[in-house]
Design a protein around this ligand. Sequence first.
Ligand code: FES
Length: 133
Amino acid sequence: MSSPELDEILDHYRNPRNYGEIENPDIHMRDSNPLCGDIIEIFIKVKDGVISDVKFKGRGCAISQASASKLTEKLIGMKIEDAKNLSRQDILDMLGIELSPVRLKCALLSLKVLKTGLYTYLGQKLERDEAEG
Ligand code: FES
C-alpha cells in the first residue's frame, strides 16, 4: 500500500529533520513508549514565549520517528501557549494516515514528550517568577 502521506512518513523516517541536540536547551525531555521501549528525546530553545529552535533524537519505528521529525518542523516559530494546546488530532492530521491503536501510541510518543517537557518548563518558570516576586 502506498500513498503520498505514507511516502512522506518514510522520507521523514529516513531523513529526519532537525535531528540532533541543542546545547543548554530551555526544555529537555526524554521518554519511551512502554509497549516497545522506543525513545524520543526533545530539545527546545524558547525566546519571548516562542519556540525558536527544536531538535530531537530517538530510536524506534518509522511512525514514532517520523512523527517527531514532522512535529519539530511544526514547532519552530510556534508560541509556547499554542504548542501546549496541540492535540492528538493535530498529530493525526499532520501524519494523514489511518492508524491502529498500537500505531497510535507510536504516533503520539513525540506529543507526550513535548507536553511533559512544556509543563515541566512552565512549572519551573512559575516557581522562578514567584521567587523573584
Ligand atoms: Fe515503538 Fe512504534 S513500535 S514507538
